[in-house]
Design a protein around this ligand. Structure first.
Ligand code: BT5
Length: 326
């Protein structure tokens, strides 16, 4: 654990009682002046740390920033996702950063957050709007033991994980629109971008990118998103500490990833079905330059959508843009 994370962990533990500079210095094995310098740095990041002659240091408020060491220190037990974690102030796209780490041979499970992205992307090169400090824009490196055909399982499982985390942290009830949207009140609050590097029968790595709109107000949304997008704040009427959400997301993602890797996709897909707003509906799917209409019947064991066409044929769809037809 880094010095900052150790200091924050102790400040949280002692709460109002406070901890002296001398005690922190002895815990860290550094001088009191060195402790003071770290406290100053944490204050600069927005942590409100009071210093009183009687009680020592007391943590009064934490800022809504993502601090890699603090997140790691608070994470607790995980299997793979969250083994390592980095936070960028700004990057092009967190998927780009993960790709570079993957090519360098970094082990799976590392997460990269960015406070803002200058070239955040959706599928088919679409732009993903990622304003500073208002959302969770992050990617995870995965090296799953799946066939390339089963990558859709990861998107579906991640959507379930995101929905579970939103529900536990906000009490909102998100729905999932196949394959990669999380919806609140008919508007998109989160998108998932799964990018694959594979050989014929083997996945080299998967970059799982997730964008969750957290604390935007309607005024923060650009005009082109007003009708289609929302945020947790808009839907719940309050702001949400992003660090808590990030920790819940990591735990849920780690859990579903373990299940997918150990052949437990069927259980996840049951949960998916109960949260899905697409199943049973008449839908239109655009996939490449093809548009198919029919009723969304089920998900198969690779995560593909089974669509019953007007002619009674069952089509298996691996990806595309879904519109629900009224
Ligand atoms: C997605 O694409 O929904 C996948 C989005 C993945 C974003 C994450 S952020 C971290 C990581 N790094 C990246 O560069 N990307 C991932 P798609 O289904 O193609 O939807 C894209 C469409 O969503 C756009 O064309 C807009 O209409 C809309 N959109 C853009 N920004 C949005 C936002 N912040 N919230 C809701 N909708 C948005």
């Amino acid at each position: 654990m880094t010095h900052d994370a150790t200091i924050l962990t102790h400040l949280r533990r002692v709460a109002d009682t406070g901890v002296s500079g001398a005690a922190l210095a002895s815990i860290l094995g550094v001088s009191r002046a060195a402790v003071w310098a770290r406290i100053e740095e944490l204050r600069r990041l927005g942590y409100e740390i009071e210093a009183s002659p009687h009680r020592g240091y007391v943590l009064r408020a934490v800022p809504d920033v993502l601090h890699a060491d603090d997140l790691l220190a608070r994470l607790g037990k995980i299997r793979i996702i969250g083994r390592d974690l980095r936070v960028f102030h700004e990057t092009t796209s967190t998927n780009d950063v993960i790709e570079r780490l993957a090519i360098d041979g970094v082990a799976e499970g590392i997460l990269v957050f960015a406070e803002t992205q200058t070239a955040g992307r959706g599928r088919l090169g679409r732009h993903w709007i990622s304003p500073p400090g208002l959302g969770l824009w992050f990617s995870v490196l995965l090296r799953p033991k799946l066939s390339p055909m089963a990558t859709t399982q990861l998107t579906v499982a991640s959507a379930v994980a995101v929905a579970r985390a939103i529900e536990s942290q906000t009490q909102l009830k998100p729905q999932i629109k196949w394959p990669n949207d999380i919806i609140l009140n008919g508007r998109k609050v989160c998108g998932i971008l799964t990018e694959l590097s594979a050989e014929m029968d083997r996945i080299r790595y998967v970059t799982l990118g997730i964008g969750l709109d957290v604390n935007q107000t309607r005024d923060d949304l650009p005009p082109e998103l007003l009708a289609i997008a929302t945020s947790l704040r808009i839907e719940s009427g309050r702001t949400h500490p992003r660090a808590n959400l990030a920790l819940a997301l990591i735990h849920e993602l780690d859990e579903v990833y373990h299940r997918v890797n150990s052949g437990g996709f069927a259980r996840i897909s049951d949960d998916w079905a109960s949260r899905c707003n697409t199943l049973g509906e008449r839908i239109r799917v655009r996939s490449g330059d093809r548009t198919i209409r029919g009723t969304a019947e089920a998900l198969d064991d690779e995560g593909a959508l089974l669509l019953r066409t007007e002619h009674g044929r069952l089509e298996r769809i691996l990806g595309g843009d879904v519109t629900i037809e009224k």
